[in-house]
Write a protein that binds this ligand. Structure first.
Ligand code: FE2
Ligand code: FE2
Length: 308
């Protein structure tokens, strides 16, 4: 591939207001979540900020947009409809790929269509875009020379737990996908909500099988892994079996009106990916709210693995 592929990465929009919260879907987890939302998070996550970042991203005419989960807050069917509206504003389903976050798959008590049903067109693999079949993870979407592989790391969890799990079925399928897509010459971009490496989140917020996932990625290879969940920008390098490295890139929330705790104001990533002489080069432009509240470039750097 000689031309540059432009990929936008947005995450953790946490779109309000809470929609469809009724006595019938109240449980302990949602009660605590609702209190946290009312007291703190509804002031931080402002939908108009997510709309402004989306507009700025679209102005760069990206080849594709990746959204790594947490569009909702309490995992309510009404919130999934709000999320669908935001996804539609980003583009047609074949131009936007989504994986669910722990706030989208929140508790076992649903009371209506799941996010996997409501957002299905944005999660179906390339082969089944026009079908009405259920969503399967990992999905594969090929766009030019780029293959996006979407994992579902989100499972219903008890109150106070925001962890996740990929599970052995997805891990086995991921290994096969990475192998096949790598042999076919695709630039492989893995999408997951939770940070995929051990130690990237506290125990109650972490991916349970991060070590097993890191092992699959290292053994079968990928060119880039994108995640959300921590509401912070981060770059880690996973060593591959052949001595190279896989950049693991986390993005901040797309809707934070201001910095909250250690989380920065709203950010998204504009990634420029190209292949030259058999090597993949990735440039990451961080865009988001600057000190004056404008959406602007915050930083821009090539992703380069530090020398040992
Ligand atoms: Fe989040
Ligand atoms: Fe999350």
């Amino acid at each position: 591939m000689t031309e540059t592929f432009t990929l936008v990465h947005l995450s953790d929009a946490h779109l309000g207001p809470i929609a469809g919260f009724r006595l019938g879907n109240l449980n302990i987890k949602r009660a605590f979540g609702f209190l946290n939302w009312q007291r703190h998070r509804r002031f931080v996550h402002v939908p108009s900020v997510a709309e402004r970042l989306a507009a700025d991203a679209l102005a760069h005419a990206p080849d594709h947009i990746a959204v790594t989960g947490d569009l909702a807050n309490l995992g309510l069917p009404g919130e999934f409809v709000t999320g669908l509206g935001w996804l539609k504003s980003l583009g047609e389903p074949h131009r936007v790929s989504v994986v669910p976050g722990n706030h989208d798959i929140y508790t076992g008590q649903l009371g209506g269509p799941s996010c996997l049903e409501t957002w299905a067109p944005y999660m179906r693999g390339s082969e089944s875009w026009t079908e009405t079949s259920p969503v399967h993870f990992p999905y594969e979407r090929t766009v030019g020379q780029v293959a996006l592989i979407g994992l579902n790391s989100s499972i219903p969890t008890p109150p106070g737990v925001a962890g996740g799990r990929v599970g052995p079925m997805q891990l086995a399928a991921l290994a096969r996908s990475l192998e096949r897509l790598g042999e076919a010459g695709y630039i492989r971009v893995v999408l997951i909500h939770h940070p995929p490496l051990p130690g990237q989140a506290t125990a109650r917020r972490a991916l349970e099988d991060a070590a097993a996932l890191a092992d699959v990625l290292a053994r079968h290879g990928a060119e880039l892994v994108l995640h959300g969940h921590n509401h912070k920008q981060s770059l880690a390098w996973l060593k591959r079996g052949d001595g190279g490295g896989i950049p693991v890139l986390g993005v901040a929330s797309a809707s934070a009106a201001f910095g909250y705790k250690a989380e920065p104001p709203a950010r998204y990533h504009l990634l420029r990916i190209r292949r030259a002489d058999g090597e993949v080069f990735i440039n990451c432009e961080v865009r988001g709210l600057d000190g004056e509240g404008h959406v602007a470039r915050i930083a821009r750097d090539d992703l380069v693995m530090p020398s040992p």
